[in-house]
Design a protein around this ligand. Sequence first.
Ligand code: HEM
Ligand SMILES: N[C@@H](CC(=O)c1ccccc1NC=O)C(=O)O
Length: 290
Amino acid sequence: MAVILGLVSTTSDTNGVEPNADAVTGRWDGVDVHFGEEGGRLTYGSYLRLGALLDQQRLESDPPAHDELLFITIHQVYELWFKQVLHELTASRDAMLADELWLAEHLLRRVHTIERILTQQVDILETMTPQDFGEFRHRLSPASGFQSVQFREIEFLSGAKDPSFVKRFRGLTDAERTRLEQRLEEPTLWDAYLAVLRAAGFPTDSEDEIRTALQTVAADRSKYAAIWELAEALLQHDELAAAWRARHVVMVERMIGAKPGTGGSSGAGYLRSRLDLRYYPLLWRLRTTL
Ligand code: HEM
Ligand SMILES: N[C@@H](CC(=O)c1ccccc1NC=O)C(=O)O
């Protein structure tokens, strides 16, 4: 029996997730092989591209500051999870647009689990002291988390589109700028949720109409169970993003106090100004009336 290893993507927009060409061509006779010895083709390390992955931690400090490896690793892990979150949020948005509500909710719940981990990861970085951070912090300027393209993509896709961030970005590659501009163009999760409300027969042309639709759904949860649960899942995503922002700014105060940021902002002051950001203000305002 011939077995084809690996995944073949069926979507045209792979969101940066490409099939592994080596894996797709690998075949072996399922009867003769021993586990882990498929003719020496696919291995743990080659499948996961560990040669490349584990070669990406390059320190700026010289002599090497002990804690800089932790700092780089944490950020790289964040970016890997951001990639996964974008993959899931994009699919959740598309599921809503296709009126597949169970799938949209299922994917959002996976995102919540990742987002909890993203906040907990701050604990690891806080094992670094301000003094040890100080050994290499001066080498990082003007780089900053402010320049995380995927972080901004998550904000745009979630509903907080702000073109001024694209203008303020320094050092974007053409591919990164294109990705951000595409996120500014395409429907957000909130746009997709409004499409769900319309598919259920609610008009959504004005804020008043949307508020009425949300009220009606909340007032009859047995009739509108899937739509209600989806709104709750969106709200949870919003709350977990807010929790990360709050955790990040407190960590920043612990690490650098009131110093300005390497990215050129006032530092904690700027980050505090972003704490009130909410993706779905109407879902929050609804609470007051329930
Ligand atoms: C020692 C640890 C950290 C410190 C002291 C720190 C500090 C800061 C500061 C001061 C800013 C404001 C921009 C500026 O630099 O002027 C900022 C922004 C940001 N940082 Fe960090 N950060 C740390 C760790 C992290 C980690 C682990 C991540 C995860 C990816 C991260 C992601 C971000 C993001 C996304 C922004 C932009 C936030 C926004 O515009 O709302 N930071 N950080
Ligand atoms: N902005 C931070 C430095 C920092 O944390 C950082 C530097 C380069 C790349 C990512 C970073 N993480 C979050 O801002 C600071 O002002 O200390």
